[in-house]
Design a protein around this ligand. Structure first.
Ligand SMILES: *[C@@H]1O[C@H](CO)[C@@H](O)[C@H](O)[C@H]1NC(C)=O
Ligand SMILES: *[C@@H]1O[C@H](CO)[C@@H](O)[C@H](O)[C@H]1NC(C)=O
Ligand SMILES: *[C@@H]1O[C@H](CO)[C@@H](O)[C@H](O)[C@H]1NC(C)=O
Ligand SMILES: *[C@@H]1O[C@H](CO)[C@@H](O)[C@H](O)[C@H]1NC(C)=O
Length: 425
């Protein structure tokens, strides 16, 4: 049959789209941010799906449903990639007593919509995933946690689940009233302890806790670049502040090789044997650099839609000078930094080495010493290869290339050049 491959792609696409539509239809309250007293103003009369609830503000324009100057909620979005230090940045927000924090809710979108193509670069898959991600983020910023339930497997019963991804990473979800296992006197609850002792998560209580907090922060690693979020950033119902986190791609590669042992197996073989396997998946590296490059180029070109809403943070700067840099972040967010954040930094950025090995995603470690420790782990030819592949973005972000193995291993010279990225105000 002619064009059969097209038919296959169309079919695959259709099935994803159908799943997604089904999920949207099943959700009783598709858009929490357009709710409230007179539903006729929001086109909700004939059931929740009479209007496409996400495509803009259809039917809601004339209704002052969401008064920002009154609520002054800040919707913080940490845009990162895996192993770029995003757990660390997440904690800097999570520790704040006025912040409700969620650790990568998009995990559920991806596992539901494109389970087998977890790193799909297919443009159509990507569009579906991004559309769904933006919708979910919008709902979560409005504290509509029920919306997330549509993506959780197995489906939560009676609005309770024990399958929320990395629930233990959110302080609000591990403390009262969401979880009674710990009292405020217990201090910082370890992620594993939270998961063990807090048992089932009541999503109703979680949503209440979200509404109680003045601000919502969400960390994501599954959106490739800032341009993909434009619709969200421009949404007048939201008050988004993006923190784009970047890290030296050589450091990211090294960290992934250590952490994702199966996926990065061939890179480990390269490191061990000194020979690059012919079937190495180079996209594992190139994608990071391409995404950084396009995202950072967009951000630093200061498009009008990002005005006041974009800050670029290099992980290495944060690791070197956590207190100062965190203060800068909070200034940009327009929030006072509270003592819990400060205490957490004090406790977690001096070498508390005995804990560090335990936490795959942990942030308990001497951050400054770790930021460049990749130099002792990668071989020179891997570094050289990365430098060639990622030349532009290394230059743009101020990461110095090395010219020899001696230079690579000589830790007395930092490869992080002084470079200031001021928030776009
Ligand atoms: C929003 O709230 C502020 C402060 O309470 C008030 O001054 C302003 O008029 C309100 N705006 C609208 C559109 O209701
Ligand atoms: C949900 O709640 C109802 C009514 O309280 C109960 O009968 C049912 O067993 C609950 N379902 C689950 C899976 O717990
Ligand atoms: C979850 O919390 C809400 C609010 O406190 C409560 O009404 C509901 O019964 C709880 N759900 C379950 C299954 O315990
Ligand atoms: C490391 O670099 C510094 C500064 O260039 C140099 O003085 C030192 O000799 C180098 N150390 C080694 C072991 O090469």
């Amino acid at each position: 049959m002619q064009c059969s491959w097209k038919a296959v792609i169309l079919l695959a696409l259709a099935s994803i789209a159908i799943q997604y539509t089904a999920i949207r239809t099943l959700t009783s309250k598709p858009f929490q941010l357009c709710p409230l007293p007179s539903p006729q103003n929001c086109g909700l009369l004939g059931g929740p799906e009479t209007e496409p609830p996400f495509e803009g503000r259809a039917g809601c324009d004339d209704y002052p449903y969401f008064n920002f100057s009154a609520s002054r909620k800040t919707h913080i979005l940490v845009l990162a990639t895996t192993r770029s230090g995003s757990s660390f940045v997440g904690q800097l927000l999570n520790q704040h007593s006025d912040v409700f924090y969620l650790f990568e809710p998009l995990y559920h979108v991806q596992t539901t919509l494109i389970p087998r193509l977890s790193h799909s670069r297919n443009a159509a898959d990507r569009r579906v995933m991004l559309g769904a991600s933006r919708d979910l983020l919008r709902s979560l910023y409005g504290c509509d946690l029920y919306f997330l339930e549509s993506y959780i497997k197995p489906a939560p019963a009676n609005h309770t689940t024990d399958k929320l991804f990395r629930r233990g990473a959110s302080r609000a979800l591990c403390s009262q009233p969401v979880c009674d296992a710990f009292s405020p006197a217990d201090g910082n609850v370890e992620e594993g302890d939270c998961v063990k002792k807090c048992t089932t998560l009541n999503m109703t209580l979680a949503a209440d806790a979200c509404r109680e907090k003045r601000h919502v922060a969400i960390k994501i690693v599954r959106v490739p670049e800032i341009g993909d979020l434009r619709a969200l950033v421009e949404d007048p119902r939201l008050n988004i502040k993006v923190i784009q986190l970047v890290r030296d791609p050589r450091g990211i590669l090294s960290s992934r090789i250590e952490t994702f042992r199966d996926t990065y197996r061939l890179w480990r073989i390269w490191r061990a044997t000194g020979r690059r396997p012919y079937n190495l998946d180079l996209s594992q590296l190139t994608v990071v650099c391409e995404d950084f490059l396009s995202s950072v180029s967009t951000g630093l070109s200061h498009p009008h839609w990002l005005k006041g809403k974009y800050m670029l943070v290099r992980y290495e700067d944060l690791a070197r000078n956590p207190l100062v840099k965190t203060k800068e972040i909070y200034d940009y967010l327009g929030l006072p930094m509270d003592r819990y954040v400060e205490e957490w930094i004090q406790a977690n950025t001096r070498g508390s080495t005995e804990l560090s090995a335990k936490h795959k995603y942990g942030t308990v470690r001497d951050s400054a010493a770790n930021a460049e420790s990749w130099r002792l782990k990668l071989s020179y030819d891997m570094v050289e290869y990365t430098q060639t592949t990622c030349e532009k973005v290394l230059h743009q972000l101020g990461y110095k290339a090395v010219m020899s193995a001696e230079e690579l291993k000589n830790m007395s010279i930092s490869l992080v050049q002084d470079k200031t990225f001021v928030p776009f105000l």
